[in-house]
Every structure is written in structure tokens, then in C-alpha cells.
Design a protein around this ligand. Structure first.
Ligand code: 2HA
Ligand code: ZN
Length: 264
């Protein structure tokens, strides 16, 4: 079953190692889920379940028969990077759209955030989105920003981050959505995350907790978070040098958007 993970742009387990190296994945912090249905061949479809069925806790009508790689609950990103199949598992959603079974490799129970991750995947499929990966992690500087009301205002952080370095808007053109504090793993947090993605954000901050990002593959989701967090670090570096950073001007931002054909 390891073959499902090999040479797949959608799922690069090395991203888990980057999360650890960045200091964004303390202990079992963060989650990864990837819709791997398109990589499943007939031989794999015939495999029996090794565990389950287990309830998802939600009915997700677009997920019947879908397959996911999920980080395991209580598993560490730094271990997942080394051995993805011992620190995560492949699950398939049953025809009732309300339960799943573990198919491979070991009976590793999926992440505690499974209902919210799967709800996001259900939403993406319903919308016809090409996005197959969702990432939750704890990037230090971006989380620090959410401790201020000023940066929790809609698009305040987006504007500041975009203006720190031109690449930020180029590579994270939808900006950063903001979701007020809600209990981790709660249905309310999952619903608010989907509302923010539906507003047209790929990357959403959970106040005083972390980030949730979606993209075609897990590397792309990581890259969006990485460019945003880099911009936050530049802001903080300027503040540490004793001044408020100027930021790119409105005219410079407009020129960038025009030349690179970015949303306004
Ligand atoms: O699964 O980060 O928010 C670990 C988490 C939950
Ligand atoms: Zn978290």
C-alpha cells in the first residue's frame, strides 16, 4: 500500500518533516488528510478492511467510496515524515457516507480532526474543486498575530502580509481568512472553516490555535502557509529593529496584481 504514497504529487510525506523542522508541529500537533481516490487501483479496491466500520460523526454525501490518507491520532509529524504508513492510515468511506473503515497498512485511528477534515473534502468535491489536500498546523508567527484584535479584522492581516514582500500575494493570491476562537475538533469550528473557504480563502487562521489550508496537494498547501508565515516574520523582524515596516504601497500592490493577473 506504500505505493499509493510513492511519487504522488498530492501527498508528499516529506512535508510532515518540514512542519517539524519549522517548529510548527510540537508533539502530535497538526493534521494532514489527502483524498487519494484517483490513485486507487482495482487490486486495492478488492482489499478487505482491517478495522471498522467506525462512525465519522457527520453524514458527508459526496464522499461515498472515497479514499483518504490521514495522519493518525496522537501521532507525530516528525515520525510521519519517516514512516507515513505507521503514523497514518488509508481509510475508505462506506456507501452510507457516515462511516469509514481502515484499509491499510495498520489499524492506526485517524486524526481527532477527521470530521472537520472530511467535511472540508466533502465541500470541495461538491464544488468541483481540484483540491485534494488539507493541512492543519501551528505556524508560530501567524498564530501570534491572531492574539491581536487588530489582525483578526477581516483582511487586515492579508493586506499587511501581502505588502511585506511581493511573492506573498503572487503565491497566496486569496489571502488569509480569519475564524474566531472555537473549541478544537468541534463541529462549529469545522462549519466556520468551510464558510471561510467558501468565501474564497485557501488558507484560514483559527484564532489562538493554528492554520487550516487546502490546495491540490499537500506540498502546495504547505507552500501557501510558508509564504504567509515568512511575511509575518518580516513584519516582526522590522518591529524588532524598532520601526513599523512601511509595506509596499497601494500603487506597487496594484502594479503587481495587474502584471501577474492576480485578483484585486
Ligand atoms: O491533532 O493540532 O488541533 C492535533 C491538533 C488538533
Ligand atoms: Zn491544532
Amino acid at each position: 500500500m506504500d505505493s499509493i504514497l510513492k511519487n504522488r504529487p498530492a501527498l508528499k510525506a516529506e512535508v510532515a518533516g518540514y512542519l517539524w523542522q519549522k517548529g510548527w508541529a510540537e508533539r502530535n500537533g497538526g493534521n494532514i488528510t489527502v483524498n487519494v481516490t484517483e490513485f486507487v487501483d482495482e487490486g486495492m479496491k478488492a482489499l478487505p478492511a482491517i478495522s471498522g466500520p467506525r462512525p465519522i460523526g457527520k453524514v458527508l454525501p459526496h464522499l461515498a467510496g472515497a479514499w483518504f490518507y490521514c495522519k493518525g491520532t496522537q501521532k507525530r509529524m516528525r515520525d510521519l515524515a519517516r514512516d507515513p504508513m505507521a503514523n497514518g492510515s488509508i481509510i475508505r468511506i462506506r456507501p452510507d457516507c457516515a462511516s469509514y473503515e481502515i484499509v491499510a497498512d495498520l489499524p492506526v485511528a485517524p486524526t481527532s480532526e477527521l470530521p472537520s477534515h472530511l467535511a472540508v473534502h466533502d465541500y470541495l468535491l461538491a464544488k468541483g474543486s481540484p483540491y485534494r489536500a488539507s493541512l492543519h498546523t501551528h505556524p508560530i508567527e501567524l498564530v501570534a498575530l491572531t492574539h491581536s484584535k487588530k489582525w483578526m479584522e477581516k483582511d487586515a492581516a492579508t493586506r499587511m502580509l501581502w505588502s511585506m514582500i511581493p511573492e506573498t500575494k503572487a503565491f497566496c493570491p486569496r489571502g488569509l481568512g480569519m475564524v474566531p476562537y472555537m473549541l478544537p475538533s468541534s463541529v462549529e469550528l469545522a462549519d466556520a472553516t468551510i464558510r471561510a473557504i467558501d468565501e474564497d480563502y485557501d488558507v484560514v487562521m483559527w484564532e489562538k490555535h493554528g492554520v487550516f489550508a487546502v490546495d491540490t496537494g499537500i506540498m502546495d498547501a504547505f507552500d501557501q502557509v510558508d509564504v504567509l508565515n515568512k511575511a509575518a516574520q518580516i513584519y516582526i523582524a522590522s518591529r524588532n529593529m524598532g520601526f513599523e515596516p512601511e509595506g509596499m504601497s497601494d500603487a506597487q500592490m496594484k502594479e503587481l496584481s495587474d502584471v501577474f493577473n492576480l485578483p484585486k
